[in-house]
Design a protein around this ligand. Structure first.
Ligand code: FAD
Ligand code: SF4
Length: 508
């Protein structure tokens, strides 16, 4: 029976399980660029360009390997509509694909197979350590779903940073205390740049096309130098391991003006497009650890992101969809301030985080969680609007990883389902972890009145509003203890000031 193999835009794996055992005489591969996909969220130009360029490079690779490929460029239809036409016109009775990352797309493909009465083979994605069954098995009987315990299980199961008895290397599971420092007062100093890739002819054509067809979309293409092929992704990995990994951990949470990448890896887009496998990333880190005698803290800090967070959020996404997309624990309803799309705000921290996002389609984790995410939570913005923004604006954004991070982690929209507390902070945290406040017209220490920092005002307002919730948990009780040191009159003034801010977020 001849097979149709569907390869999605984030499944650019040269070693794809879907391509194994294919019969080149009868079987066909289908790839679809859907304009719909780029437009259903108002995607950053660089995000669109990255997908298109990586897909077209992958298509060239498939052709060079002799696969019979139908590649549909710039289709006005959805992927599923194109798939339906292809199955019908080609009289296919057998469809094969690797499990789509996006929950809804998986549902649609399954529904299509039923409707057309064809055999559907959905293969497990090899780019994760933990499959859905294993994750469900871990979840069963757990009172609380917390990254830390899942991560320890992953370490033991895969023998990563554990001794023969399953004890953690260095005697502890977590080195956060040694990591996460701010940059020195005089600045980050010279950071070796990440590997960046000059666009080749194919990418240049894509950039021109995106500029022409998506000119009203946010973001710039000026700095587009992302890896678009497996070879480039491997070079990016090599460069990170060689020059940046050693200092990753200590400054993983630090922020500084005009320092968009810090010591981070910039590997997320390559991992998410499946140009890289997380196993080869972790293996390379472990080899470098021994070879260059790296600090265990930085190695553990980095591995935790991939073996811990990346696997954990993916497990949660598939477990909790479609509910996760609807969650709104605090019933927040404010609109996202328009300046999230332009960076034109007076708040220096937001200017920096959004500004570099518009330039590169990139911000690191703490900028996403504790700057733009923190503000959206404190400003009581409707989770759907915030999630749409994150899905649109980062080159690595794909729903399975974006949604749990945004709704679950940054906005606490799923309540305490898989995070122990809301990640909120005042201007004092941003002042400690960056130099942003020094050149801001607001003052991080002023809670209300002239010059008050909006992060600070809204932080205290949030605590006052949700005092009972924060007092109930040992993880957050200390935060409300600080609140009791603020006089009743000042608390009133904070609330009045906050009300004004919340009613006019666009003017900040
Ligand atoms: P590094 O800091 O170098 O980390 C190494 C790798 O670990 C990353 O490449 C990534 O694959 C993985 N990783 C790190 N943190 C996380 C995490 N919290 N969840 C999953 N994987 C993680 N990541 C995405 O890949 N796509 C998204 O759409 C996305 N949206 C996010 C939205 C919010 C609100 C927040 C708080 C985080 C989001 N993240 C997302 C996670 C994280 O911010 C990015 O993975 C990271 O900033 C990418 O940069 P990097 O490759 O330099 O990462
Ligand atoms: Fe951000 Fe407040 Fe600092 Fe300004 S003062 S940069 S608004 S935290």
């Amino acid at each position: 029976m001849k097979k149709l193999i569907l390869i999605l835009g984030d499944q650019l794996d040269v070693d794809s399980v879907a391509l194994r055992g294919i019969n080149p005489k009868t079987d066909e591969v289908l790839m679809v660029e859907s304009v719909n996909e780029a437009k259903h969220v108002w995607s950053h130009k660089a995000r669109i360009a990255l997908f298109l360029s990586a897909m077209r490079h992958f298509a060239e690779y498939l052709k060079s390997q002799g696969f019979s490929l139908t590649y549909i460029e710039r289709s006005p239809f959805t992927i599923v509509e194109e798939l339906r036409s292809k199955i019908i016109s080609g009289k296919f009775a057998h469809l094969v694909c690797v499990e789509p990352g996006e929950w809804r797309l998986k549902q649609s493909i399954e529904a299509l197979a039923l409707e057309l009465n064809i055999t559907l083979e959905v293969l497990q994605d090899q780019h994760f350590y933990c499959n859905h069954e294993e994750f469900k098995g871990w979840v069963a009987n757990k009172k609380e779903l917390r990254l830390e315990y899942f991560y320890r299980l992953m370490r033991k199961t895969h023998g990563i940073l554990v001794d023969q008895d399953g004890n953690p290397e260095g005697g502890q599971w977590n080195f956060d205390r040694d990591n996460r420092k701010p940059f020195p007062k005089k600045g980050p100093g010279l950071i070796p740049p990440p590997e960046l890739f000059e666009p080749d002819l194919l990418t240049k054509a894509v950039l021109a096309e995106v500029q022409e067809h998506y000119s009203d979309h946010p973001g710039s293409l000026e700095h587009f130098q992302w890896p678009v092929t497996r070879q480039q992704a491997l070079l990016a990995l090599e460069g990170f391991i060689e020059y940046r990994l050693a200092t990753f951990g200590i400054y993983e949470d630090a922020m500084w003006t005009d320092t968009p990448f810090g010591w981070h890896s910039l590997l997320s887009s390559s991992l998410n497009l499946k140009l890289l496998n997380p196993r080869e990333v972790i293996d390379a880190v472990l080899v470098a650890w021994k070879k260059h005698d790296l600090e265990l803290a930085t190695v553990e800090g980095f591995i935790r992101q991939i073996l811990g967070w990346r696997e954990f959020v993916r497990g949660m996404y598939y477990l909790d969809m479609p509910q996760m997309a609807l969650d709104n624990f605090y019933d927040h309803q404010n609109a996202l301030p328009a300046w999230y799309w332009t960076g034109e705000t007076k708040m220096k921290c937001m200017q920096e985080a959004i500004g570099q996002t518009l330039q590169y389609g990139y911000a690191h984790h703490i900028q996403r969680l504790m700057v733009t995410g923190n503000f959206a939570l404190l400003a009581e913005v409707l989770p759907k609007e915030v999630c749409d923004w994150y899905l649109a604006i980062y080159v690595d954004a794909i729903e399975w990883v974006e949604l749990p991070n945004t709704a679950g982690m940054a906005l606490f929209a799923s309540g305490g389902r898989f995070t122990s507390k809301p990640y909120i902070a005042s201007g004092a945290y941003i002042k400690r972890m960056s130099n942003y406040c020094g050149s801001c017209q607001y003052k991080p220490d002023i809670r209300f009145g002239e010059g008050a920092c909006p992060m600070t005002t809204l932080y205290w307002n949030f605590l006052i509003k949700h005092r009972t919730q924060f007092e109930a948990s040992p993880r957050t009780r200390l935060m409300t203890a600080n609140l009791s040191r603020i006089s009743e009159a000042d608390q009133q003034a904070i609330q009045t000031h906050a009300k004004g801010l919340l009613g006019d977020l666009n003017s900040l």
